[in-house]
Each structure stands twice: as C-alpha cells, then as structure tokens.
Design a protein around this ligand. Structure first.
Ligand SMILES: O=C(O)CCC(=O)C(=O)O
Length: 268
C-alpha cells in the first residue's frame, strides 16, 4: 500500500505566499515555491545526496541512468530516512493538499536526477502523463493537471546554464501531444520520453526557465510540459530531489485505467 501524509497545520510550517503559489499552479500548470527547504535541512539533504551518489548508501538497481544518459536514483525516501523525514516533503504535502483536494495526500514517488558539471544531455520536452503508458501514453488523452503535484527541489542554485526546469504554461486541459522514446529500452522503466515535435505542439516563445536558489522548488502537474538543458558549467553541480503527491481517489481511478502507474507508486 502506498503511504499517505496527513497534513497538519502548524505555524512554523507556513509557506510564504502559499495562496499565490496555488493560484500560479492553477493558472499555469506549474509554480515556483521559494525556500521550501531551510538552510539546515538543505545541508542534511545534501549529505544524503552525496552518500547516494558515492554509493555509501546502497541503492542497488534503483541507481540507474535515465534513458541511458543521466544519473537517476529512484525512491530515495525508501533508502534514506533523511529524504523520507524531510521537512520539505511535509511542507510540500501541506502546500499541495488544497490543490489535490484532500487532507491526506498520497506520497507517490521520489527520485534524484543529477547533472554534474559539463553534463552534455538535456531532458527533452515532455509531459509526465506520457509516462503513464509504456512505452508512451497514446496522444490525445486529457488527464487532469491537479491529480498529481510534483516538486523539483533544487539542492544547488540552478539556472539555465546548469539545467533548471523550464515550463510552457497553460497546457492543462488540452489533449496530450505525441511523445516517443528519446533513448533507453522502450519497455524499460528508465526509458526517457520526448515530445515528437515540441516546436509544433508547444508555444516555445512562452517557455519560462525557472532559475532557483538552493532550497527553492518548482511544483508542476502531469499536464505541464517541461524541459531541462545540459549542465554547461565547469564547476557547478545540479542536484535535484524530486517527489510527488497524489489525490488517492484520483490515483485509484487513473490506475484502474492505466495499470502501468502501479510501478511508480511508493510501496513503503
Ligand atoms: O531533472 C530533470 O532533468 C527532469 C525532471 C523532470 O522531468 C521531472 O521532475 O518531471
């Protein structure tokens, strides 16, 4: 069974501008959350991240290459309590709960995606809903943008030079454009997907790169198209801790339609 996070409202957990963040999410399909993690927590998460990258904590087959090209460590919350017990995760659940329409958001999954200095590979334009089918969800489906909220928490200052998240706003409620496998074995969970023709299907002139200071995050729904570039710098790391929450009822409905989502759900 997947775990749920029951939201508790405490004064110290308040997110500044939470209402604005939620409005941004509803309007654009994504939002920026400033300072989701505080400084001491950031240090703790960085320690956990370095232990994962160096193999001091064994991730086994969850330590893999996304599409054969970019280091991806799956389900860090199951390997290291510093991720599972993170205050940022708890605050993220609290912020996401009204969007998801539940007081008990279901923790869906987590991952680390690491782009070291001079990492040459982009993560191409895609919508996360494309991963609901294998190898890809068929084009034309419309999945709700508010059934899943995914956080991309920056553990380093990040900008276009290091490969920050870039979104095209306002695609929620529209049919999903065609995706295909960009690299990796098509039936493998670690395959990398891309939109077949992002220039045709998205208005890239509206694309918004989200530079963040370390500790801040983006949040997006499964209909929000996004992209990250290579890390072109010689000395700056790009460490992202990614985690998501779902509305349990909406997930159950989607999973009965699309059994493949089973494999993405936290079993802890
Ligand atoms: O970090 C990346 O390069 C991509 C992340 C992503 O696609 C996601 O969080 O949905």
């Amino acid at each position: 069974m997947a775990s749920t996070v029951t939201v508790t409202h405490t004064a110290d957990s308040a997110i500044p501008n939470a209402e604005t963040v939620r409005e941004d999410f509803q309007r654009d399909g994504f939002a920026v959350v400033q300072d989701l993690a505080g400084q001491s927590e950031l240090e703790e998460l960085r320690g956990a991240y370095e232990d994962a990258l160096a193999g001091r904590v064994d991730y086994g087959e969850h330590d893999r290459q996304l599409g054969g090209i970019t280091r991806q460590l799956m389900l860090p919350h199951m390997h290291d309590p510093r991720f599972a017990n993170s205050e940022a995760v708890r605050r993220g659940a609290e912020l996401a709960a009204p969007i998801l329409g539940t007081d008990s958001p279901q923790f869906l999954f987590s991952m680390l995606i690491y782009k070291p200095p001079m990492h040459p590979h982009e993560t191409p334009w895609h919508q996360d809903m494309a991963y609901a089918g294998r190898p890809c969800t068929e084009p034309g489906v419309i999945l709700p943008n508010n059934a899943v909220v995914q956080y991309w928490l920056a553990l380093d200052d990040v900008d276009e030079e290091t490969g920050c998240m870039t979104f095209v706003p306002g695609m929620q409620g529209k049919p999903m454009p065609e995706h295909r496998v960009a690299s990796g074995a098509p039936e493998d969970e670690s395959r990398l997907l891309e939109m077949v023709d992002a220039e045709r299907d998205l208005d890239l002139s509206t694309a918004r790169p989200c530079a963040l200071r370390a500790g801040s995050a983006t949040m997006h729904g499964y209909a929000a198209p996004h992209y990250t570039g290579p890390n072109r710098t010689r000395d700056r790391h790009r460490r992202a801790f990614i985690f998501s929450f779902a509305n349990p009822q909406a997930m159950a409905a989607m999973m009965s339609d699309r059994g493949d989502w089973d494999s993405m759900v936290d079993e802890g």
